[in-house]
Design a protein around this ligand. Structure first.
Ligand code: FEO
Ligand code: CA
Ligand code: CA
Length: 654
């Protein structure tokens, strides 16, 4: 995501119970793989399914052998290109403006209309997932290598750069430009196939579709039909529209896509002069982030329609295999600036979803379903995410932690406190988590779950405000003031059961540069240096992939001189060794990641090449920073999905 200078902090809660505890012993012991009473196993179509398989250390050790990560790591880069290790190749699959099916081709002068854009890939690719077609038929199946040649990709388009999107940028702003900007947001579903070792988009495809902020959608779960979801524009609180600022993602074991609204408040403006507390807590202000949608679309005027902002901030579930399916907002998973939604099947069959709220001093959450996954009947799971318990994390200074349930009527979530029902907890999740006493984190981005041990990892991308005057100071889980480099935190649920309400945690890595003089900026990376971890994902082998999102303005600082462009690395979580695998073009961030079941094709998203400090390119000089991927012939840099394969056809990472 972008983190502009005026992002600010909306968490002014007096929830300082934890911050008051100075870390008596900040050095966290490393967990040793093998100390599990329940061991893990089995990927279920790429979703982690923790199963009880014997007990004790011996069983766990027997189950997990760290795979080899044998490629030769690459140097950091400031070049305007994608670099991968020797023996690998990277090719663009689909870039902003390319047709998703039989739509019009991209025009370098950006003269395509909003209607054209609706038939083309959106801008600023983010989270994504590959769905083999077999998934729709066999939800109980293990991933099979033979399902790796054809499938659907769901891809988020987090935001738009209106400086690039229109021939004259944001000059002469009008309703048509707002419509085109909205059409560049959302999700693309494309059909992809491999032929003779090369991947391409299947065109036309009956599955190809775009989902945008204007696509009809449905509200489900506790907030459906509640007064907080009703507005003059959406009077029943059930029939809704769209998704917005979809950053990272998730997927369910029944083969549906989860897309996560992140910075939805960038588009919402309240110029009434009196912004209510419930809007302030989500950082709604009088200017937004300059998208100017509210000038032509009153949904985004929070003074006129205060409940319209409650339409966003959700995890939305999409069935990619049914091109006519209506996206469903799963309100039981809470409303905040969602990063991803990492799904795990617990030993007893309940489904657990891990989520971060990416803003400074916000929280880590998980949802535990009430009902159990039914592997025999795909559609029987379609409402599984509507019933369950939402928890928020507290990381204690002694290395232990607790999941605090957010249930109306319990733990201070009373009617007097503003929570007369679960709908209000779901809509005002941040305020509920404040009352619960959650730990204020350094911008929680994605959670990854180890496919064998079930251990959890979360990226805390950075937080320069930590310790500043008037802001919370360091705590054990976020131990650095002015944390410009970020860190990755690890925890293990009690009994390796994702439904547990207690866990033990430690710090996996603190990013930094050993060349820095300031002690706490050296970091403790073993291997190749990086900063601002954001994307995080375990492949089926148990290799941890880390993607970075340092901003242009940060890269210009002396502390980032050795770090280079944003990049993707992989980690051996048993040794902590980290190797650089990919470097991105100038101004870009590395976002989505997904693999075919045979692990021989890796799809990675490159987002916002050429982005400047202002988040918007100068339309008069679009190549100022980057012209990737079209190079010298191109005029505008474009976000794109990149296919990475090994020249010898072997597994990625070897
Ligand atoms: Fe869209 Fe939190 O990154
Ligand atoms: Ca992100
Ligand atoms: Ca980010």
């Amino acid at each position: 995501m972008r983190d502009p200078d005026d992002l600010g902090t909306s968490n002014t809660s007096s929830n300082l119970s934890f911050e008051a505890i100075v870390a008596a012993n900040p050095a966290r012991r490393r967990f040793i793989v093998g100390g599990l009473s329940a061991t893990a196993l089995a990927l279920l179509n790429g979703c982690v399914a923790i199963q009880r398989q014997g007990t004790g250390r011996a069983a766990a050790k027997a189950q997990f052998t760290q795979p080899e990560i044998t490629f030769a790591s690459i140097a950091s880069s400031k070049e305007d290109m994608v670099r991968v290790p020797a023996g690998y190749r990277a090719a663009v699959l689909i870039a902003w403006g390319d047709p998703i099916s039989d739509g019009p081709a991209f025009k370098q002068d950006a003269s395509q209309s909003a209607d054209d854009q609706l038939k083309q890939s959106g801008m600023h690719h983010d989270g994504m997932q590959f769905f083999p077609f077999a998934w729709a038929d066999r939800p109980d199946a293990q991933p099979r290598a033979e399902d790796s040649q054809r499938g659907l990709i769901c891809c988020n388009h987090e935001y738009a750069d209106d400086g690039l999107l229109h021939p004259d940028g944001m000059a002469n702003w009008n309703a048509a430009k707002v419509a085109k900007s909205q059409a560049a947001h959302g999700v693309s579903i494309i059909e992809v196939q491999e032929q003779n070792g090369r991947w391409g988009v299947a065109r036309p495809s009956k599955y190809a579709r775009r989902i945008t902020p204007n696509t009809p959608a449905r509200v489900a779960g506790p907030a459906a039909g509640s007064a907080l979801m009703k507005s003059a524009l959406h009077p029943d609180g059930v029939n809704a529209h769209g998704i917005l600022n979809n950053c990272a993602n998730g997927y369910t074991p029944w083969g549906t896509y989860l897309t996560c609204d992140e910075n939805f408040t960038f588009y919402v403006v309240n110029q009434s002069g009196t912004i209510p507390a419930e809007q302030k807590r989500y950082n709604i202000n009088d200017k937004g982030q300059g998208y100017r949608w509210h000038e032509f679309d009153e949904r985004f005027d929070a003074a006129k329609h205060p409940n319209e902002a409650n339409q966003f901030g959700w995890v939305t579930e999409i069935d990619p295999f049914d091109p006519h399916s209506v996206p469903v907002k799963r309100t039981a998973l809470g409303r905040f600036k969602h990063e991803g939604a990492m799904t795990v099947v617990a030993p007893d069959g309940r489904v657990v979803v891990y989520m971060g709220d990416d803003e400074r001093f916000e929280y880590v959450y998980k949802f535990v379903s009430r009902d159990r996954f039914n592997p025999a009947d795909r559609r029987a799971n379609f409402n599984l995410l509507d019933h369950g318990t939402l928890y928020v994390a507290r990381y204690d200074a002694d290395g232990k932690g607790a999941w605090l349930p957010l249930i109306a009527g319990g733990g201070g979530l009373t009617a007097e406190a503003g929570f007369p029902d679960q709908a209000s907890v779901c809509v005002k999740t941040r305020q509920a988590a404040d009352i619960a006493g959650a730990t204020k984190m350094d911008r929680p981005e994605r959670v990854a779950i180890h496919p064998v041990t079930g251990d959890a990892y979360v990226t805390l991308t950075n937080n320069e405000d930590r310790g500043k005057e008037g802001k919370p100071g360091p705590n054990a889980a976020n131990p650095r003031a002015q944390n410009i480099y970020g860190h990755i935190l690890h925890w293990r649920e009690t009994g390796a059961d994702p439904c547990a309400t207690a866990f033990e945690w430690d710090l996996f890595v603190q990013c930094g540069d050993p060349a820095q003089e300031q002690a706490d900026r050296k970091g403790n990376i073993k291997g190749d240096i990086f900063a601002c971890p954001d994307g995080l994902w375990f492949d089926p082998r148990g290799v941890l992939w880390i993607q970075t999102d340092a901003f242009v303005r940060e890269m210009g600082r002396p502390e980032f001189a050795n770090i280079g462009n944003n990049q993707m690395l992989c980690a051996d979580v048993t040794t902590g060794q980290i190797k650089r695998f990919l470097t991105a073009p100038r101004g870009a961030e590395v976002t989505g990641i997904t693999m075919t079941p045979d692990m021989r094709t890796l799809f990675v998203n490159i987002q916002h090449p050429g982005e400047s400090n202002t988040m918007r390119n100068d339309p008069a000089n679009p190549k100022a920073v980057s012209s990737w991927p079209d190079g010298a012939a191109g005029q505008r840099p474009r976000s794109a999905t990149v296919v990475i394969q090994k020249e010898d056809g072997n597994v990625i990472g070897t």
